[in-house]
Design a protein around this ligand. Sequence first.
Ligand code: TK8
Length: 335
Amino acid sequence: MFRKLLLATGIAAALLAPVAASAQDVKTRIIRFGYGLSESSNQGRAVKYFAEELSKRSGGKLKLKGFGDASLGSDIQMQNALIGGAQEMMVGSTATLVGIVKDFGVYDLPFLFNNEKEADAVLDGPFGEKLLKSLNDKGLVGLVYWENGFRNLTNSKRPITKLEDMGGIKLRVMQNPVYIDMFNRFGANAVPLAFSELFTAMETGTVDGQENPVTTIQSSKFYEVQKYLTISRHVYSPWIMLASKRWYDGLSADEKKILNEAAVASRDFERKDSREASAQSIAYLKEKGMQINELSPAELERMREMVKPAFDKYAADGGAEVLKDLQGAIAASRK
Ligand code: TK8
């Protein structure tokens, strides 16, 4: 009797197992996911959340391994690894994609977005989607945009209260012509450099300053090597989650669905978390000894005036259409 029961349960289990497995066409996969910031940053927290979502939605089969602190390489190196199929996924700045799809530089023009709400509407809407799609024939799949945030200036030389204070400051910028042009117009000496080399460059005095959202200034401990923080909010910077197209194309429809849905969930988590963290950062940085000032509306207006020709240059360099589309999308988000 007992043996019969055992046998029966065994048969039932054998019959059921393939049913459960075939309900979802999901293989066990290890996904190497690289990012530039530390594990404890807003970026690191969202990678962890994404890993958990993937695991939950795949019954533990899609196993994401996060590699922070650019341990798989800088943004640009990782993009190339994805294209070649040597790495599955990453998150990084849209600004460093300009070597692959030039139009991504449009997000870097200064003072486009007034607030996060406009950015969300434009990035998640048809404009942002179209740019994501443009990566497909370059070997990349753009999944979602996360928030890096509004960028602010730090430096070790002097407080920046007016444009002229930027004069001669060696300022690290992302490897992107829009940033180089913008900060040279402001009178700084723009030095393009990978994020992964930035801390050391500031520590050794190779550069005097940099610009990033307050969350990054906190999580990357830039306050240890930078005295002055100027709230300028000159650019709203997105992050973009990317997959290797070579790898992605080999996924089943079920796996793609899980990946896409978990990516959207991670985006919503990341934006909320980053915004909450951002609200705490200023007080934290002050406590760490940074001297903080806000640029006056009048100074911001002078900066806007001064960089107007950067827009004309961008349009003349082949960006006219994408710029017009973006400005249209932002205007629509304000209605
Ligand atoms: C992290 C970078 C960073 C960006 C930069 O890899 O390079 O300044 O803001 O977030 O993508």
